[in-house]
Ligand binder design. Structure first.
Ligand SMILES: [Zn+2]
Ligand SMILES: [Zn+2]
Length: 653
């Protein structure tokens, strides 16, 4: 044991310092200003002595040679520690206000932190406000967070006498060393591995969000706890931005907008996870599907339809009854034979492929179906339109020769981009999932299939200049794939498009084609879905547009509003002419004040409101009001019609 240790900084500089020097001492040596800006240290030596990336209190003496990074508030690890310290601050404030409270655990989590408490009275909204105020009061005192070590027996004694029985239990279970680490901040002390920020003065941008019930250790039957959730950021600006994003997400929630805009419902009487498309939602779906079918035909796909229920033996051949069993409904017996509600469309398309002996000249065969499938999802994971038990995939299967895979993959990616552009998304993220070549036994297909297909995916993305993230070992057992996530109006990613190779099914079903050499070969098979499912994509669209669909997709494009009863005739003419020209117009001739009818059309997010009265009837005009641009003034009706036509044709968003 020497008296000095080597500390390697991120820029490569090595400092020799006395053993027991703290990261804060080193920060001081570098610059007093840096010492004021750092929150926590990250260690590592790349070997085993110190775990790489281990976080360390600034004031805690360094015990041996190490790498050392001094983390400021922009670092994600520093934010994590900041949030952990904020959880302690929450517990301290709760104990000041409600000293009888028993403490559970209080970790940082994504976007914030929580602390679990046991108290006879439920925490109210008012209590949260009081607790938050107490937290601010304590934080303003810049109380230092100090690490302390206590012998295990003393630690247990401390919590037994307090009494804090849950903490006793934690120490019994978790403290493996003779000495137990605590963090003390003023009067507050907590059994905790740390690390923590130097003092609570750093905690300025935080907010308590909610209280929820939780079981001790997450196990039903254990004592019920009250979990207070909070969020915390390094700066007020970041906190504000986060809270704004939350508000936006709430405002856009398709589960709220769906019923409000009369688009769809889920009915208790029919069962969970099953979607009823109302006329307004059904119309949007029709427009989506029309676009898709036209595009499929234009791009050389053939449209097929396959049964919803097929013999269970077919699903044995495909292997689904073993590897996909968890998500399938039980067998239905018909005339002593077992039938299966389809969870996927692939076997149906394979059976169609097999009805002819295909030659290399026939390939690629691209079979597409808006295929409705049924999958068992546990009720706890069902979520609006996004996780459901019955849905319609925009599914297709491509059967091709090895020499065709690059052009087929490129066409799929190009199609996916056309979807993004048409439906108004300009940001996306691409992931390429490959196998783990160290374990070929876990995969279907030959190594050369994997290499060739993965190379085709990589080359295609490179040629198309599409940036992507490689996900080694993330592929399904039957082939590599590309996933495209779109990024919505408020920056949230949504998994939609998948282009997936399959080396399993062609072999299981003995698929063949006659090659140029006259011999039989096995075709390559690609599954691909662009929207994922109609339901999922519809949910995404609702949230992306906050229910205000672009004019080409809007269920009602124009609401015609006669100023009063006297102008019903002209209003009717306007509405009828719009309908005759192929637009979706509705006449709101109710005996209500104009303002109230405008408000209702606004609430339904109808793009155009056309107000007509005496002046308009005389001049053959309409007074145009747009849902977001407001009053656009009077326009000759023919001109409005031409403008609307152009807007719909261009699918303007
Ligand atoms: Zn802690
Ligand atoms: Zn498939």
């Amino acid at each position: 044991m020497g008296d000095t240790i080597q500390v390697r900084l991120p820029d490569g500089a090595v400092r020799q310092v006395p053993r027991g020097t703290s990261p804060l001492d080193i920060a001081q040596q570098i610059s007093p200003r840096l010492a004021k800006e750092v929150l926590v240290a990250r260690l590592g030596d790349g070997g085993n002595a110190i775990e790489e990336g281990r976080l360390w209190d600034l004031a805690r003496p360094l015990e041996g040679d190490t790498k050392l990074a001094l983390l400021k508030d922009g670092d994600p690890d520093a934010l994590y520690v900041l949030r952990h310290s904020c959880a302690h601050l929450l517990a301290a404030a709760v104990l000041e206000l409600f000293p009888e409270t028993k403490l559970g655990i209080g970790p940082p989590v994504e976007n914030g932190f929580y602390y679990d408490f046991v108290r006879d009275t439920p925490f109210t909204h008012e209590d949260l406000k009081k607790i938050e105020a107490k937290m601010r009061e304590l934080a303003a005192q810049n109380i230092p967070n100090e690490r302390k070590l206590l012998p295990k027996a003393d630690a247990l004694k401390l919590y037994t006498e307090w009494p804090q029985q849950f903490k006793c239990e934690l120490i019994q279970e978790k403290a493996t060393e003779p000495m137990v680490s605590f963090y003390q901040s003023g009067k507050f002390i907590d059994f905790c591995l740390g690390p923590h920020i130097p003092h609570w003065g750093w905690l300025k941008a935080f907010k308590l969000m909610s209280v929820a019930g939780a079981y001790w250790k997450g196990q039903e039957g254990n004592p019920q706890m009250q979990r207070i959730y909070g969020t915390c950021f390094a700066t007020q600006a970041e906190l504000d931005q986060y809270l704004h994003r939350l508000e936006e997400a709430k405002r856009r929630d398709h589960r709220k907008l769906g019923p409000e805009l009369d688009l769809y419902s889920i009915q208790e009487e029919a069962g969970p996870g099953l979607i009823f498309w109302h006329p307004r939602g059904g119309l949007v779906r029709k427009l989506m599907e029309d676009w898709l079918r036209d595009e499929l035909l234009r791009r050389g796909y053939q449209l097929v339809f396959t049964p919803h229920i097929m013999l269970r033996d077919l699903w044995k051949t495909s292997g689904h009854t073993s590897f996909y069993k968890e998500n399938m409904y039980g067998a239905v017996e018909v005339e002593k034979a077992d039938y299966q509600l389809k969870p996927m469309n692939c076997p149906g398309h394979i059976l169609i492929y097999k009805t002819h002996l295909r030659s290399y000249r026939d390939l690629p065969v691209r079979l597409a179906e808006l295929g409705t499938v049924y999958r068992y999802e546990r009720s706890g994971v069902l979520h609006g339109l996004l996780r459901v038990r019955g849905f319609t995939q925009d599914d297709a299967h491509i059967f091709c020769t090895p020499s065709q895979i690059e052009s087929e993959v490129e066409a799929c990616v190009d199609f996916a981009f056309a979807v993004l552009k048409t439906f108004g998304f300009d940001r996306y993220e691409v992931e390429l999932s490959d196998w783990d070549p160290a374990h070929p036994q876990n995969y279907a297909g030959k190594p050369e299939d994997w290499q060739r297909s993965t190379a085709a995916l990589v080359d295609t993305l490179a040629r198309m200049k599409v940036p992507y993230k490689l996900m080694p070992g993330e592929a399904a057992f039957y082939g590599p794939k590309i996933d495209i996530q779109l990024v919505d109006a408020i920056g949230r990613p949504w998994q939609l498009t998948t282009v997936q190779f399959d080396f399993n099914l062609p072999a299981r079903f003995g698929l063949e084609y006659v090659g140029e050499d006259g011999a039989r070969h096995q075709p390559l098979m690609v599954h691909r879905a662009l929207w994922g499912s109609v339901e999922r994509f519809f949910g995404t669209l609702i949230e992306h547009y906050a229910g205000a669909f672009p004019v080409w997709l809007a269920p009602v494009q124009c609401e015609v509003l006669p100023l009063s009863d006297k102008f019903q005739d002209y209003a009717k003419q306007v509405a009828e002419k719009l309908r005759a020209a192929g637009f979706r117009a509705h006449l709101d001739g109710r005996n209500e004040k104009l303002q109230a009818r405008i408000r209702d059309a606004q609430l339904m997010k109808t793009p155009y409101m056309l107000v007509v009265g005496g002046k308009e009837a005389e001049a053959g005009t309409v007074s145009v009001r747009h849902r977001s641009k407001g009053d656009l003034g009077p326009r000759p009706f023919e001109q409005f019609l031409a403008d609307l036509h152009a807007e719909v044709e261009s699918k303007a968003v």
